[in-house]
Design a protein around this ligand. Sequence first.
Ligand SMILES: CC(C)(COP(=O)(O)OP(=O)(O)OC[C@H]1O[C@@H](n2cnc3c(N)ncnc32)[C@H](O)[C@@H]1OP(=O)(O)O)[C@@H](O)C(=O)NCCC(=O)NCCS
Length: 199
Amino acid sequence: MLENHPKFKLFLHRLIIHPYASRPRLWARIFVIPFGIKRGKGSIIRRSARLDLIPSKKLVLGNRSIIEDYALLNNQMGDIIIGDNSYINTRGKIVGPVIIGNNVIMGGDSQITGLTHNYKDVTRPINQQGVTPTLTVIEDDVWIGGNSCIIQGIRIGTHSLIAAGSVVTKSVPPYTVVGGNPAKVIRRYDFDLKEWVKP
Ligand SMILES: CC(C)(COP(=O)(O)OP(=O)(O)OC[C@H]1O[C@@H](n2cnc3c(N)ncnc32)[C@H](O)[C@@H]1OP(=O)(O)O)[C@@H](O)C(=O)NCCC(=O)NCCS
């Protein structure tokens, strides 16, 4: 409905968020943002986690999932959906649109982003060119090592592992270990041999 009234939408947006900052205003952080989060049973969001959320987009946190201290979640360009028993460690950063499955471990200081800044027009500053959101998906049962970066539009297959400090620029198949910058396959599970093999 608000899509048909862009000026009113902008007015509401400005009420909640300062024109050139991504952090919601204090009153919105207290009285609006917490009530828009869909929380599963036993889920925990530590008090010092930073939630740069807007009410028109979703943050869904499944049962027993945890957002640790100093993590940053931003859903301003797309929903963030996190399944059950998933763990976002200290200083993890998630910028929507991002879907994270069940039983995912995200190591500290890692980043999963669902958007990129447009930069192609050389006559304008990059910060005036807007962003392009592209969904990033982390399937169930993935371990993301500390200090990793997963860029927009990536899918990480189930039971895969991102080695510490990796920059993941391409989707990762299920049952695969990748590492490095750009991340390459280190190991994959061979279902015939029933063991993890080098590529
Ligand atoms: C990937 C990891 C689990 C090791 O897995 P492994 O199957 O035992 O792999 P190995 O140690 O046998 O290494 C296999 C190859 O991957 C390389 N490798 C291992 N870790 C790597 C990394 N982080 N980045 C790049 N390459 C890596 C090794 O050098 C080795 O290369 P080689 O075949 O050329 O010798 C481990 O290195 C890692 O990154 N752990 C994450 C730790 C972490 O982030 N903890 C936070 C807690 S949430």
